[in-house]
Ligand binder design. Structure first.
Ligand SMILES: Nc1ncnc2c1ncn2[C@@H]1O[C@H](COP(=O)(O)OP(=O)(O)O)[C@@H](O)[C@H]1O
Ligand SMILES: [Mg+2]
Length: 226
């Protein structure tokens, strides 16, 4: 069997606050296999964003083990971690986080350049992905000239730029109207499957959570089956 795309064992994360220690993650165990989609629900403030940031190497855990594709990453230096992360993990955020001064295609291409792809190749692949998400007629539009749903499509294309093994999506439909949210969710599930990326999806919607192959809940700092 191939190695899990992601494996977390006993991850903990606390924040220091004026009134003491806030224990947000209290022992997260999670294995995601290739081809899986996993949804995570939980109350506001439960730690879902913190969890995705730790799983994706954007934030360091206090304790525990984290592996991507069978390789331990929790002890890596930040430069080595950033390099591996740019090639193995794609992020989709609720608020898109596009570069405002770059057009749609250039936003996508930039992710390739950061990972070391030559510019011409990055631009070509970026256009293919922009087409895949249905935006070929808007490839030069700045984010300010795109709707929320269109921005999130660009963000999805960007997340897939470096053929990641794992896509981490944090309430990707949180800023979209109902119809656009359904479109986005279908696109996310279909395209991640087609591109061979496993998916961990944080969502408030029980309807969307059910579309994943496995459904989890984050409660009191740990994950359980929904
Ligand atoms: N950088 C930080 N410093 C201190 N507390 C934080 C920080 N980030 C998040 N928190 C706290 O951690 C808790 C979980 O936050 P978050 O992961 O954003 O939850 P969710 O995404 O489930 O709404 C919240 O109580 C929040 O205030
Ligand atoms: Mg959140």
């Amino acid at each position: 069997m191939s190695k899990p795309v992601l494996q977390a064992k006993g991850l903990t994360k606390s924040y220091r606050s004026a009134t003491g220690l806030l224990e947000i993650l209290r022992g997260i165990d999670l294995t995601v296999e290739a081809g899986e989609s996993v949804s995570i629900r939980g109350a506001s403030g439960a730690g879902k964003t913190t969890l995705l940031q730790v799983l994706g190497g954007l934030d360091a855990p206090n304790k525990g083990e984290l592996s991507w594709m069978g390789r331990r990453v929790d002890q890596l230096r930040s430069s080595a971690l950033a390099s591996l992360r740019s090639r193995q993990i794609g992020f989709v955020f609720q608020n898109y986080q596009l570069m405002p001064e770059l057009g749609a295609q250039d936003n996508v291409a930039l992710a390739g350049q950061i990972a070391g792809m030559p510019l011409a190749e990055a631009r070509t692949r970026a256009f293919e992905l922009i087409k895949l998400v249905g935006l070929s007629s808007r490839s030069r539009h700045l984010p300010s000239a795109l709707s929320g749903g269109e921005c999130q499509r660009v963000a999805l294309a960007r997340a897939l730029m470096n053929r990641p093994a794992l896509l981490l999506a944090d309430e990707p439909t949180g800023n979209l109207d109902e119809v656009t949210a359904v479109e986005m969710m279908n696109l996310l599930l279909t395209i991640s499957r087609e591109q061979g990326a496993a998916l961990v999806l944080v969502t408030h919607s029980s309807e969307f959570a059910r579309l994943a192959s496995r459904q989890l809940v984050l409660r009191a700092g740990s994950l359980s089956n929904a």
